[in-house]
Design a protein around this ligand. Sequence first.
Ligand SMILES: Nc1ncnc2c1ncn2[C@@H]1O[C@H](COP(=O)(O)OP(=O)(O)OP(=O)(O)O)[C@@H](O)[C@H]1O
Ligand SMILES: [Mg+2]
Length: 346
Amino acid sequence: MAYLELLDIHKNFGSAQVVRGVDLAIEQGEFIVFVGPSGCGKSTLLRLVAGLESISSGRLQLDGRDITHAPSAQRDLAMVFQSYALYPHMSVHDNMSFALRLAGVPRDEIRRKVGHAADTLNLTPYLDRRPGELSGGQRQRVAIGRAIVRAPKVFLFDEPLSNLDAALRGNTRVEILKLHKALGATTIYVTHDQVEAMTLADRVVVLRDGGIEQVGSPLQLYDRPANLFVAGFIGTPSMNLIAAGAVPAFGAAAHGRLPADGTLGIRPESLRVADRDAPGCVAGRVELVEALGADTLVHVDVGGVQLIARQSGRLPAAAGDTVGLVLEDASRLHLFDREGRVLAAH
Ligand SMILES: Nc1ncnc2c1ncn2[C@@H]1O[C@H](COP(=O)(O)OP(=O)(O)OP(=O)(O)O)[C@@H](O)[C@H]1O
Ligand SMILES: [Mg+2]
């Protein structure tokens, strides 16, 4: 039996079905990331696990115990929100120790646990400060510290870094990853950020309209998306999705395996920008060049179909140029049927 099991979980708000039959088995120590478009039910699912919302039907099991109807405080979980929800009048130390003091934990033990969490999170110099005297990143670390001292069975994070600027988000992401490796705690983490999902997760759960579209390791989802939705959602810039027949030369590379009403998927890095008369290329007009430094994104119009090619390094191409696009490796084509299900992802 898995450590944390979600069994056919449903949640309705009035007549709105927000979570529709989610089944998920999470192993002890796993780092699970929920991604999906805004409103797909990520936060609701997390709040159902946390016990902050009641489950309409289905079952939740944690470490062999049925917690479907257990009150939040008795679930042995700790949740960290986007808004840190710290007590503004309390010091960092008191914020972090609050739950332990409530639970009547002896003073020495509190000092030891808070000291250890502060050490791990580089917060020791700030223990006497109030939240208002800290940066956003430090406040978020206090919120994480408050969760750590409770030594929960599962950590639940709902977009904990989205209030931080890009540099701080990057640093804190690395800290969360190190922390996870150090504590080995089971974690569910909700994010909009693709980089967070790809770098933090053991497994990513892609949600849409309250249901699971696909579960897999980050690279499994990237290399073998099960359907058009996951193909388009995972990866920045998105996979090029081309109606069968719209670019016949690429369609031909599928050697007849692509149905006439199917869709062809090509990752931007599988297209190479070449000379307009390079052998085997498809000619198109450059619409836009995004030079990102380490690599360059070239937007090309091929007979009315907009494609993006990603090249490493720099490129002399400019808007208005005619270039050739070469499919680098036909084995990396993604083929989808009319319903958007993958046919072959190789
Ligand atoms: N208390 C509530 N009452 C009624 N509807 C709700 C309630 N909470 C959430 N919803 C609805 O449930 C759906 C899922 O919301 P949820 O907050 O889980 O989405 P999300 O995936 O976390 O989105 P975001 O990425 O924007 O945070 C939304 O359509 C939302 O309006
Ligand atoms: Mg949310």
